[in-house]
Write a protein that binds this ligand. Structure first.
Ligand SMILES: Cc1cc2nc3c(=O)[nH]c(=O)nc-3n(C[C@H](O)[C@H](O)[C@H](O)COP(=O)(O)O)c2cc1C
Length: 160
């Protein structure tokens, strides 16, 4: 479970993780906001002292059979924590490609509105990097709780 923020989206990630655990799967929540990676710039990539060690993140993501990416909508798109993490991860582009290609990915959001735009943005992003994004997504917001049946079905679709 890759949570882009530490609030309601982290909570939703925990719900996905506990549901997966109830089904007998091992599940881990990664909180990208808590990780607090520096902003990706080319200048930083050229300076080892300013380059974050993301080896644990890479190992966890590589070993996972599937990812569920859980992010709020920001200005009709993805929040910067997610974009930034992907930029750092893609620096080692050969490993990045291997890690992403064919990875089953589910998408979820808790946003101010419905979150349809961030789901579309993530669908495009994760498809582009070679992942197999499943059709069903979990959308929730101020006026709509996450549907437990959707969470259940997404986990069953991702890990058989
Ligand atoms: C900079 C910023 C931009 C936002 N833009 C949108 C938006 O375009 N659409 C929307 O539905 N909610 C938007 N929101 C609201 C967040 O999606 C919402 O508060 C979300 O639940 C925050 O997630 P969190 O509790 O995990 O931090 C925005 C919030 C922030 C801080």
């Amino acid at each position: 479970m890759i949570a882009a923020t530490s609030g309601t989206n982290r909570e939703l990630a925990e719900t996905f993780a506990s549901t997966a655990a109830e089904k007998g799967h091992e599940a881990e929540v990664i909180d990208l906001a808590e990780m607090d990676l520096p902003m990706f710039t080319i200048a930083r990539t050229n300076n080892p002292e300013q380059t974050p060690d993301i080896s644990d993140l890479v190992d966890t993501m590589t070993q996972a059979d599937a990812w569920i990416v859980i992010a709020p909508e920001y200005n009709g798109s993805m929040p910067p924590t997610l974009n930034n993490a992907l930029a750092w991860l893609s620096r080692d582009w050969q490993n990045f490609r291997t890690m992403c290609t064919g990875k089953p990915v589910g998408l979820a959001t808790h946003s101010g509105g419905g979150g349809a735009h961030v789901i579309m943005a993530m669908r495009q992003q994760f498809s582009y990097i070679g992942a197999d994004v499943i059709g069903r997504a979990c959308m929730s917001g101020r006026d709509k709780e996450a549907n437990p049946e959707t969470i259940d079905a997404m986990i069953d679709n991702l890990v058989r």
